[in-house]
Ligand binder design. Structure first.
Ligand SMILES: [Zn+2]
Ligand SMILES: [Zn+2]
Length: 360
């Protein structure tokens, strides 16, 4: 079993600050960038990171103290999962990845965004759409090389040069990107005519994308690797749905809202009516005595929940329609109705003389 305390050179009682201090000193000393090609230093750097990963985590540390491993009953849980993780730990403690401050990772290409027009019915079932957009890809003439390359003379093709830097830990030889080649390690002997040395060109893409059911406006879909191409690989494409408003249905998350107009008689006597659902007309029985603003809910007739499990409701909200154009027969019937119900109404012809009625 490895003695993590001995690896970091601290006592078993060491506190968080002591551990961090010891780790900082050793990690800088054995960092692979400071010991190029030194396998022993690299191995030791891994051990230091493994020891610190375990001892700086209170749970893992107490398990280690008790059982000798960070995970009781499980091997390989001690932290050395690979070099990527180790550099992540280094970055957490120091705030940068390599002693020189440069990034070993080449930048990815830019992310792109495009909009796709959808109908509300597309949200119901999902739909396949063909997107047409432009992105930067490798230049076909020079295969992304930018022209004829030759190794940079200033850095010998390494892309990095050594520079003395004053740091918190004292003077250090740091690796910094070469200015002459901007860290690329090569210069162009001949520049490609097509891309003017950029190595990239604009291309129209036709891309089929499956839009899942239940999409919302402002819910971006990520298509991995379909953004601009960069030295470290392509960026991503983000697809923004633009959902067209429906002529009669309003959307509220997974629910749909429909405003149902009811005549006076329909509201009073009840009605068997139809509501335009997304998949066709739905029958709705309005009971006698329905008031203005009542809500009837049709379960499962809304839109799918995001993720596609189950559907929301179709909410029918009643609006009472008061007739403004009356035939003389309807007028007469309403007068009879008013008399029957004991409602006091204006005598015939009174309002005909007043052209405009002002309301509060
Ligand atoms: Zn260079
Ligand atoms: Zn080119």
């Amino acid at each position: 079993m490895k003695d993590y305390y001995a690896i970091l050179g601290v006592s078993k009682e060491a506190g968080a600050d002591d551990l961090k201090k010891a780790y900082r000193k050793l990690a800088l000393q054995y960092h692979p960038d400071k010991n190029p090609g030194d396998k022993a230093a690299e191995e030791h750097f891994k051990e230091i990171n493994e020891a610190y990963a375990v001892l700086s985590d209170p749970d893992k540390r107490s398990n280690y103290d008790r059982y000798g491993t960070a995970n009781p009953g499980g091997l390989g849980g001690t932290g050395a999962q690979g070099f990527g993780d180790i550099f992540d730990l280094f970055e957490q403690v120091f705030g940068f990845r390599t002693p020189g401050g440069g990034s070993p990772r080449a930048p990815r290409g830019e992310d792109l965004e495009t909009t796709v027009q959808l109908e509300l019915s597309d949200v119901l079932h999902g739909v396949e759409k063909e997107l047409v957009y432009h992105r930067l890809v490798n230049c076909e003439t020079c295969a992304g090389q930018g022209g004829k390359r030759e190794p940079c003379k200033a850095c010998g093709g390494r892309g990095m040069v050594e520079q003395m830097q004053r740091t918190f830990f004292g003077n250090m030889v740091a690796q910094v990107p070469c200015v002459a080649c901007r860290g690329r390690g090569y210069t162009l002997k001949e520049t490609c005519e097509t891309c003017k040395g950029q190595g990239r060109m604009r291309r129209e893409e036709h891309l089929k994308v499956q839009m899942p059911p239940g999409l919302d406006d402002n819910q971006l879909l990520r298509v991995s690797g379909m953004g601009n191409l960069g030295p470290g690989g392509p960026g991503d494409l983000f697809v923004r749905p633009d959902i067209k408003p429906h002529p009669s249905l309003q959307r509220e998350g997974p629910n749909l809202i429909y405003s149902l107009e009811l005549g006076l008689a329909q509201a009073a006597l009840g009605s068997r009516t139809h509501v335009p659902g997304l998949e066709g007309d739905l029958e709705l029985h309005v009971p006698p005595g329905t008031k203005d603003g009542e809500v009837f809910e049709l379960d499962g007739k809304g839109l799918p929940y995001p993720g596609g499990r189950g559907r929301g409701k179709l909410q029918v909200v009643t609006t009472l329609k008061v007739p403004t154009q009356l035939s003389s027969k309807a007028r007469e019937l309403l007068r009879q109705y008013a008399q029957e119900m004991g409602e006091e109404v204006a005598p015939d012809g009174l309002w005909d003389k007043v052209k405009r009625v002002f309301r509060g």
